[in-house]
Design a protein around this ligand. Sequence first.
Ligand code: GLN
Ligand code: ZN
Length: 754
Amino acid sequence: MTQAHILGYPRIGTQRELKFALEAYWNGKGTLDSLLEMGKSLRHQNWQTQIDAGLDYITVGDFAWYDHVLGTSLLLGHLPQRHRKHGVSHDTLFKIARGNTECECGHAQDMTKWFNTNYHYLVPEFSKSDTFEISWQQLFDEVTEAKQLNRKIKVNLLGPVSYLYLGKSIDEGFEQLSLLPQLLETYQQILQRLADLDVEWVQIDEPILALQLPSNWLEAFETAYNALQGHAKLLLTTYFDSIEQSFSTIQKLPIDGIHLDLTTGPSQLETIASSIPSQWVLSLGVINGRNVWRSDLSHWFHTLAPIAKARKQNLWIGSSCSLLHTPVDLESEKKIANPQWFAFAKQKVEEVATLSLALNGDKSAIDWCAQHSKPIHERKHNYGVIDNKVQHRLQLLTAASSERALPFSQRIRAQQQKLNLPLLPTTTIGSFPQTGDIRNVRAQFKRGEVDQLQYQAHLKHQIKACVQKQEQLGLDVLVHGEAERNDMVEYFTEHLNGFQTTEFGWVQSYGSRCVKPAIVVSDISRPHPITVEWSSYAQSLTNKPMKGMLTGPVTILGWTFPREDITREQIAKQIALALQDEVSDLQNAGINIIQIDEPAIREGLPLKRTDYKAYLDWAVEAFKISAASARPETQIHTHMCYSEFNEIIDAVAQLDADVITIETARSQMALLQAFESFDYPNDIGPGVYDIHSPAIPSIHQIEQLITAATQLIPLERLWINPDCGLKTRAWEETQIALHNMVTATKNLRVSLTK
Ligand code: GLN
Ligand code: ZN
């Protein structure tokens, strides 16, 4: 009999209950007991959902108070040195995650993206003297809790090799892999304790197997899994990409089963699935845990039926990865158009269960699968999905469609003539503080308490004040401040055709933070100009150049749920064409500088290095399509929020933006290294102060940073700006910081040209 399971369920709750309970606790408005109660109630709801749908196993261990990697660190008694004195507790956990404001050295652990998702995990810190010891009972307590439901339990645990790999060494020259033997001893104890609690199966996640690992890391799997056998049964779990490149090693491991993600690595069905030893469980992840679309269950039923027959009880059907990355429940959406196209976590659980029933020969389940797939098939012929005009424009795209009319060297001369900017031009990245005032009026507008005209008048008032302040500060290139935008991607998805927004489609980003990505549902086009009115209004208030502000195609794509019937490349190009029209309209309205932000280019990189080029090729092309309508004298800027450029610097140069502004203030060295070996051809503004920190940079500090940058970047190509948007900062600090930035620049204009 085929068995059904999922790899994990969202912990945040249908109405973001966990978020509110966490924040209440942090603000002193809720007690620890009420937070613990909320966690318990969410776990029970999640298990009940799995039971009601008819899954064969309920998954335990996927709940986390902040993040599951941090939870693993606590379980292993592996806390950053600076937080150890507080002992292991919920409060310590939150201090590690959020920083301990009571003591200076209590900074938080680093946070970084969980593979290529928008979820962030807390990066374990490794040093030579680290030891491990079971120190946090949460996992065992939850197993005990779940056992009361009298169901078969599968426990989810992050595997030891991935745990080490995903962390960072804080001792110079120290390779954390050398901690593996000690770590394995603790893992053995954990597995033994689970076995003692009658846990039969452990879903041991080793997502790094989808990467192209260095050989010592791949070999570590042999050491690890030889040591871990003999306690509970191990389902070695992989996801986010295929593991074909690691399979010869995996095949030799003494494990009891393997999970493959067929949504990101469909070829594995051919290449690997048939070579899985028959005594192993083969778990196939076919229900996409990273998107919101209904599955084509009839397709899967027909594909998997022969395998189910051959493997008998050794086939499991599951979600591709944890459902953590999908919104919780489609039923909460009362206004969504075409609900029959979608499945959120709860519906995906039902899909897994029903597909498994169908594979076990249940006639009504087979019918259900066929019915369920119909809307997905019909969607292909739905005239609302395909826009012939968009299709036509896509067909006309050639290599020339993404090129500007003249090369940079000639463009920049035309731009200088038009803009007449001083040496070391100063600017900002786009947003200015989003005050409570702005947010309140937006909320009132959304609730219908203020009308469109009142709302617009208020925004104009904000823009005017923002422009005045920039003039007073003496900045050279101004921005309108983005007061009209709640979020740089959401704003565009609300104004373009082809996107569907949800009311409750929240997905955890980190801790209590959730995002609500829009869904790409059909071909994308621009019904009317989006930003032109705001930018023109702002330009009318000043003689200084006003920079138009757009979010780039790769970033809009990266922060939304894509369609599954066309490629990401096609979606990106559709967005790019819509933005190209916006660029035309902006320049026709007298906006001579236009910034197209692409903070998400790097995070969209595929997991395998060998796939980088194909991705970067289309990502670069999409960006260039959006900028291609700019006349030579219109200056195109772009902005990226990271400094680790080394891997993608060639692609960044190929974007051929006239000016790039980038984050560097936090890790100046990383940027400088990149530019030592690479001569960036166009203008560049390495951020001269860190907007993420409340600390105000002094004139002297900024002078030093600019001076350092002049060692690598020719003076005439250097711009001066903060390292990201100022949206999250307060006006007071922003004004002082920018004043210091402008003063430092003015000083250097004199001293550097002497
Ligand atoms: N223009 C945007 C802003 O200033 C850019 C934000 C970002 O880089 N994430 O807010
Ligand atoms: Zn940024």
